[in-house]
Design a protein around this ligand. Structure first.
Ligand SMILES: [Zn+2]
Length: 263
């Protein structure tokens, strides 16, 4: 990296979406500054993995402790350990309990501040298409408006990049597999046990994405739906399965504008 290498901030939770975004941004040649947030989530598994991945990649990484505002955002099953976590597939009536109030706006605001602070002109985050219905702050119109604000809120304009905003979980996974990423280096489960639960909406969405690729998730699970425990299709190894999907190369994703609440 030279002094002229462009800088970018990446909101990186340690989950599979932001892990893929981190690598996508890295491939674009940015000097990256990864930000993870401790906002009082129920467990720190994602943060531990994020720290480990950044250390291995030599990426500057900061875990920002925003627990001081926990009392403002604690009415969510993700931030209040006394609330039961819903299980089952994502649906508005159960997973809305996992919406942390105004989370992405808070996190983006802090990431934009750091970008201005270090002379970076963009912030990457992992909003993706599958989250739109449940999470208002993962919608394209939210990202568009935040981008407008980020352009005028400081003397130095900042651009928000959400490369998977119009992509689903399958496409994110396909892009990551095409980049040769190892998803054992991610944590998705809402619980923080030794093994992922396989039952929460986040686990189920992840398992389903691997299953649709005809692959097994490299993570260990304590339980798993039979239909999600994918076995490789005959004559199809992992690399082949990834490369056979159309539109999953390092193409066009780069300059399009995280997210599930996986930031
Ligand atoms: Zn889980």
């Amino acid at each position: 990296m030279t002094s002229s290498t462009p800088r970018a901030v990446v909101i990186y939770s340690g989950g599979m979406d932001s892990y893929t975004v981190l690598h996508r941004a890295r491939r674009e040649g940015y000097e990256l500054h990864a930000l993870s947030f401790n906002y009082g989530q129920r467990h720190a598994r994602e943060l531990d993995i994020a720290k480990q991945v950044c250390a291995e990649l030599g990426i500057a990484h900061q875990i920002v402790d925003i627990r001081a505002i926990h009392g403002l955002i604690d009415n969510s099953a993700l931030t209040d350990a006394s609330q039961a976590l819903p299980s089952g597939d994502y649906a508005a009536d159960n997973l809305s309990a996992t919406v942390v109030p105004n989370r992405n706006m808070i996190l983006l605001s802090l990431a934009i501040a750091q970008a201005v602070n270090i002379g970076a002109d963009r912030v990457f985050y992992g909003a993706h298409g599958g989250d739109h219905v449940l999470y208002p702050d993962c919608r394209p119109e939210f990202v568009e408006k935040m981008n407008d604000v980020a352009a005028i809120a400081n003397f130095s304009p900042v651009t928000i990049e959400a490369p998977y905003l119009h992509k689903g979980k399958d496409e994110i996974l396909a892009d990551g597999l095409a980049m040769g990423l190892d998803y054992a280096n991610t944590w998705t489960c809402y619980l923080g046990e030794a093994l992922a639960c396989g039952e929460c909406g986040s686990c189920r969405e992840r398992l389903a994405a691997f299953a649709r690729h005809g692959l097994s998730d490299p993570l260990g699970y304590s339980s798993q739906r039979p239909e999600a425990a994918a076995s490789p299709q005959p004559g199809t190894d992992e690399k082949t399965a990834a490369s056979q999907r159309p539109g999953t190369d390092a193409e066009a994703i780069a300059d399009t504008n995280e997210g599930r609440q996986d930031v």
